[in-house]
Write a protein that binds this ligand. Structure first.
Ligand code: THG
Length: 371
């Protein structure tokens, strides 16, 4: 391979960009029109640190969409099928977002900062345009914006010790997806117990983009006794854990999925009496029944490389689904992937393959999560 991706001013930089360059970042991807670090040169050490220690990740590309004003709560509810009644200030929730046809267009974490103030911490699609247009077209009294907020994640079993060293013992009691507004010697933050791994940890939402390097250095210093090191959202761990990656696993424009297929059925409350976008379509989709379901796959043979596109899942000569991302898992000692399979394909199907560049490989279905 001898091409490069041209880097211009159209791709936004994170407040932690300089810090990650100083740490020796070796690759970037693009997420929400921003650079996001990919790795720092030693993927195996970065994985091990996440599983046994603590890692710090620049996830500023998880942009916030702020909803502020008298109709903020109404707009939040209109945007997601998940019923938000009962959500408390200081609480976060995973909220699938569907379009009017019922297809998923994002899967953010919603943070309720006040009765009239919310953040949607979004995956990789332009939700600020969607939410702003919905608000304006419905005449709602709410301001929709992308504020100066940039999350830094600390993930891994020792993240709790780093967070406690920085903020105090209250972080130990913080419940999953809950958060608190605070500051670190004047650096304004929201500290949440969350993050895109199943190894535990926190996300520090920096509220002043001029102070990225300062926050990075503070976290690095507090983490030094626990051998903290730089990393990035980890595809191996996320596949083992069954976390969803919008853009990889599904995307409205290329491989659309509905929330029932994606395993979000328990969050889709069709009888809650609340109004939300996509309701009629979701009622029809639920009545029609599941045509596809989310699956794990175990892939035969030698360790695989990561894939660049979704791979057709074949049963004989018939396409019966797709595998969206594959990797080799050292922990499990096999190749794994996630995807969607037709519900007609039984768990034990013995005649499934995917086509890799070098040829077909046998695969078997496996329940998620793998680990
Ligand atoms: N944290 C924050 N913002 C984010 C992400 C994040 N924005 C982008 C992306 N990740 C949004 N998508 C997800 C996907 C999965 C989870 C969170 C955000 C997640 N899932 C858990 C699971 O599936 O086991 C828990 C789900 C639940 O309990 O409801 O955490 O990571 N700030």
């Amino acid at each position: 391979m001898s091409y490069q991706i041209h880097i211009g001013p159209n791709i936004r930089k994170s407040p932690y960009f300089d810090a990650t360059v100083a740490e020796g970042v070796r690759s970037f991807s693009v997420y929400n029109h921003m650079f996001i670090p990919g790795n720092f040169g030693d993927p195996e050490a970065e994985y091990d640190r996440l599983l046994t220690g603590v890692a710090m990740w620049d996830v500023a590309a998880q942009r916030q969409v702020a909803l502020e004003g008298p109709d903020a709560a109404r707009l939040a509810q209109i945007l997601t099928p998940r019923k938000l009644a009962g959500m408390k200030v200081g609480q976060g929730r995973y909220v699938p977002i569907c379009d009017h046809e019922g297809w998923l267009i994002n899967d953010p974490v919603l943070l309720k900062l006040a009765e009239d103030r919310f953040w949607l911490s979004i995956a990789d699609s332009d939700l600020v345009l969607w939410a702003g247009a919905i608000a304006r077209e419905r005449g709602l009294d709410v301001r929709v914006s992308e504020p100066d907020v940039s999350p830094l994640a600390i993930q891994g079993p020792k993240a709790v010790e780093v967070a406690a060293a920085l903020f105090g013992d209250w972080v130990r009691e913080l419940r999953y997806f809950w958060f608190r507004e605070c500051d670190l010697d004047g650096i304004p933050l929201v500290v949440a117990r969350s993050g895109w791994s199943k190894q535990g940890g926190y996300e520090l939402y920096l509220r002043d983009g001029r102070r990225g390097s300062e926050l990075w250095d503070r976290v690095k210093a507090a983490g030094a006794p626990f051998s903290i090191g730089p990393g990035a959202p980890n595809d191996v761990e996320r596949l083992e854990s069954g976390l969803i990656s919008y853009g990889a696993d599904m995307r409205r424009q290329t491989h659309p999925v509905n929330p029932f297929e994606m395993g979000f059925g328990a969050m889709i409350d069709l009888d809650g009496g609340h109004e939300f976008i996509g309701r009629d379509a979701l009622v029809a989709m639920k009545a029609a029944g599941l045509a596809r379901r989310r699956v794990g796959v175990v892939i035969d043979g030698a360790p695989v490389q990561g894939n660049q596109h979704p791979l057709d899942l074949m049963q004989g000569d018939t396409v019966v689904g797709y595998v969206s991302e594959i990797t080799h898992s050292r922990r499990l000692g096999c190749n794994i992937g996630v995807g969607l399979a037709a519900t007609s394909v039984p768990d034990g199907a013995a005649d499934l393959t995917i086509r890799l560049p070098e040829g077909p490989r046998a695969v078997t279905l496996a329940p998620l999560p793998f680990a």
